[in-house]
Unconditional design. Structure first.
Length: 369
């Protein structure tokens, strides 16, 4: 069986919602209503109901969402924020932009999620936040993280950018900490048609502060209470998000079915390590990440077969050049470092077909064979 399989098919999602989105966009053009407004308010309400939180504040992107959550949690220059070593740089970048210090910890070998024991060992007198990352569509072990935070008087901010609709033993991602931040980048399970994000919280005062900070520190035009930022969600993106939110559960179900199919198609391949679902988790499979030896050769072979793949992430954040000033060395994060050299993301989307998955599986068998 031959053919080309994209790593991510965004066009199929956009076409599915186009009939709902385009008339609203046309109205927005006629009314010149682009920032805030009814679509943004409606999306914030609907997503709050979906996640199970009191407040959602739509913002410009996931990185800004993280920084706003950190600021609302009271982080100040020099404070330490504990986070996993294998995450996208935005988790750390948002801390660094405000003068806080990212403190990286290793992950567990089975699920590549933040290791609670490593978290507790990293706490110091300067620690302010713990930021578990719900990686690849899983939820982090919040039933262990939250008691650690409570014991030490720390705040938990979820990085929920890869987990829209996921749930674990403690509940649904986005409603498991004092704050949560998410990205709606187009490739996410719930993706906009450009950059977008949100902060979630049950704290009304904190929600008001976040909204103020995201609008230049202003709640009334030309009255500025804080030094804020320009991080508002625009109406065009909210329109897309509303249409996709109505489909999110069915799309996540399709991802779960695709993950089950991969597990069957790829079973028994020597040298291929498949992902597993953490007990108690209901994953949404933002990414389907396998582990292989000789990854570069495997990628080259599958590419020749017309199969696109991704790597999330080839270098862990503390070992990137950007964080060289922190002085981390190879070997400090053995699990994350070993995984970074072997992880390979296979095509995954709600519109991935069984035939396409068979093509992927055949290409991977041939590459590893």
């Amino acid at each position: 069986m031959t053919g080309a399989v994209q790593f991510l098919d965004l066009l199929a999602q956009q076409l599915e919602v186009a009939a709902e989105v385009l008339p609203v966009w046309e109205r927005q053009l006629r009314e010149a209503a682009f920032v805030g407004g009814a679509e943004v308010t409606a999306f914030e309400r609907e997503y709050a109901e979906y996640v199970g939180v009191a407040h959602v504040i739509g913002v410009s992107n996931g990185t800004d969402a993280l920084e706003l959550a950190y600021r609302a949690a009271g982080v100040e220059r020099g404070d330490e924020i504990i986070m996993p070593a294998n995450t996208f740089i935005a988790t750390a970048e948002a801390a660094s932009r405000m003068g806080a210090v990212p403190v990286f910890v290793d992950v567990d070998d089975e699920y590549l999620l933040i290791d609670p024991a490593a978290v507790e060992a990293a706490i110091t007198s300067r620690t302010r936040l713990i930021v578990p990352v719900h990686l690849f569509g899983q939820t982090a072990p919040m039933e262990h993280i939250r008691p650690i935070a409570d014991k030490h008087g720390l705040t938990v901010v979820e990085d929920a950018a890869q987990s829209q609709g996921a749930a674990g033993r403690a509940g649904r991602a986005g409603a498991l900490g004092a704050f949560a931040a998410t990205s709606f980048y187009p490739g996410k399970n719930l993706g906009a048609a450009g950059d977008a994000g949100a902060v979630m919280t049950d704290d009304a005062d904190a929600a008001a502060l976040i909204r103020n900070l995201a609008s230049h520190g202003s709640s009334v035009k030309y009255v500025h209470d804080h030094i804020g930022m320009n991080a508002r969600l625009d109406a065009v993106q909210a329109t897309v998000l509303r249409a996709k939110l109505r489909r999110l559960d069915s799309w996540n179900a399709a991802r779960r079915a695709a993950a089950d199919r991969y597990a069957q198609l790829l079973s028994g391949i020597e040298g291929l390590r498949l992902p597993r679902v953490r007990p108690g988790n209901s994953d949404v499979w933002h990414l389907y990440v396998v582990r292989v030896a000789e990854r570069e050769a495997v990628v080259a072979s599958t590419s020749r077969a017309g199969v696109g793949t991704g790597i999330h992430y080839p270098t862990i954040v503390p070992l990137t050049e950007a964080y060289a000033p922190l002085g981390h060395r190879a070997g400090q994060f053995p699990v994350a470092e070993a995984a970074a050299s072997r992880i390979l993301s296979l095509p995954m989307s709600p519109h991935l077909t069984a035939d396409q998955q068979e093509i992927v599986a055949a290409a991977l068998r041939s590459a590893i064979g």
